[in-house]
Design a protein. Sequence first.
Length: 70
Amino acid sequence: MEIKKKQEKHGERTKAILDKYAGKYAKETTGQKVYSCSVCGFEYVGDLNNEPDDYKCPVCNMPKAVFKEI
Ligand SMILES: [Fe+2]
């Protein structure tokens, strides 16, 4: 497969992930903590400390420890 076609497929997969989760997780962020997954960039709005220790990123499935407050 040509590189161009691979890149197009990657773009389609990324768009599908964003479409799937954007509405579900989009929240008003004013005054709230925001954390970013250092692996995929998913943003968690709220206090991540309220999530269980086994919380995983809903996009890339990495553990809570990879999130950084932004
Ligand atoms: Fe992630």
